[in-house]
Design a protein around this ligand. Structure first.
Ligand SMILES: [Zn+2]
Length: 78
C-alpha cells in the first residue's frame, strides 16, 4: 500500500473520514501533507475560507441587513 494520492487525502480530510481510517492510512495522509506542497497550500486555503465563513456567520444580523442595503443601493445605481 503506497501513500494516498492528493485526491484521496483531500477527500479523507474534508469528509472527516480520516478519523475513522486505519492508522497506516492516517500516517500516510499526514506524511503526504508533510511532503506535498500542493496539499499544504490547499489546506491553508480551506482554513482561510473556513475562518472567513465563521467570521461572517458570527456577525450580528444587523450587519447583514446593512450589507444587503449597501449591495441593493449599489445595484440600483447601476
Ligand atoms: Zn498532495
Amino acid at each position: 500500500m503506497g501513500m494516498p494520492s492528493c485526491r484521496e487525502v483531500y477527500g479523507l480530510r474534508t469528509s472527516g473520514e480520516l478519523e475513522r481510517c486505519s492508522w497506516w492510512l492516517r500516517m500516510g495522509a499526514s506524511l503526504h501533507m508533510a511532503m506535498c506542497a500542493h496539499c499544504r497550500r490547499l489546506a491553508r486555503q480551506l482554513e482561510a475560507v473556513g475562518a472567513a465563513l465563521r467570521g461572517h456567520l458570527a456577525k450580528p444580523r444587523g450587519d447583514l441587513s446593512a450589507l444587503r442595503r449597501r449591495i441593493l443601493d449599489r445595484l440600483s445605481r447601476g
